[in-house]
Design a protein. Structure first.
Length: 251
């Protein structure tokens, strides 16, 4: 995923550059969905304002089980298509959740968490709503400040502040979306979150998620491509459809 403010062509180049560092070889990406079907892993996708109006019924017909919808970025931006995307995905029968794109140099984690929850980042234990998610990755606005000018200690403090506030407001810890390279570089390889935060790992052009960020021994979601048969980015859930529903309920 990336900022909604970045043109789609530049966004594709950014995603490719970030994930290239993670790719360690393997079979062609096209084989990943086939492998997932054999293993019974639910397929899903994530969307933002780049996708605008999304035909979620068609996505479900193509195999989508779940979707994450971008709600906010920093402490001011709101996805103008969020309400429609979030409602339409539920009406189509998908399990859906909201995510926030973090800009840790703009405002405190607690501030951004409040903005997120106020603008769609809530959660309810109905089995159809995924927990809120935090998208934290390399700075898309300043290549010289890839870690937003924060030290590893300051970054982990920012993430903890965001997480604590989301937990206070919603009752769930956020899922953390990141890459192994970003996490180990910008948090100093922190192991402080693996015990109580589900991992959404991004690794494209590979047949497996590969090495995970420090502390995690398993992934919950894997974003394996930024384009495919479903609108937006392509994802898998690491479990059965029933386990996905139980995860949504908070079990």
């Amino acid at each position: 995923m990336a900022s909604d403010h970045i043109p789609s062509r530049r966004r594709s180049h950014l995603v490719a550059a970030l994930t290239a560092a993670l790719a360690l070889g393997g079979t062609a990406l096209a084989e990943a969905p086939a492998a997932s079907a054999a293993g019974g892993r639910p397929k899903g996708h994530d969307v933002s304002s780049h996708q605008k109006t999304v035909d979620f019924r068609r996505a479900k017909a193509r195999g989508a089980t779940f979707v994450y919808v971008k709600a906010t970025e920093s402490h001011t931006y709101r996805n103008p298509y969020f309400g429609r995307q979030y409602t339409d995905s539920r009406e189509a029968g998908l399990i859906r959740g909201a995510y926030h794109f973090a800009l840790p140099d703009r405002s405190p984690g607690r501030t951004q968490a409040r903005h997120f929850v106020r603008n769609g980042g809530g959660w309810t234990a109905d089995g159809r709503t995924l927990p809120p998610a935090l998208d934290i990755e390399y700075n898309p606005y300043d290549k010289k400040r890839k870690c937003y000018g924060l030290s590893g200690t300051a970054m982990t403090g920012w993430i903890r502040s965001f997480s604590d506030e989301v937990k206070r407001l919603t009752g769930r810890r956020p899922v953390i979306y990141t890459t192994t390279h970003w996490w180990n570089t910008c948090t100093g390889g922190s192991r402080a979150f693996a015990a109580d935060h589900a991992l959404w790992i991004a690794r494209h052009d590979a047949s497996a998620p590969g090495e995970l960020p420090a502390g995690w021994s398993a992934w919950t979601f894997w974003q394996y491509d930024n384009a495919g048969s479903l609108p937006g980015d392509q994802n898998l859930f690491n479990g059965s459809p029933d386990r996905l529903r139980r995860f949504a309920r908070g079990a």
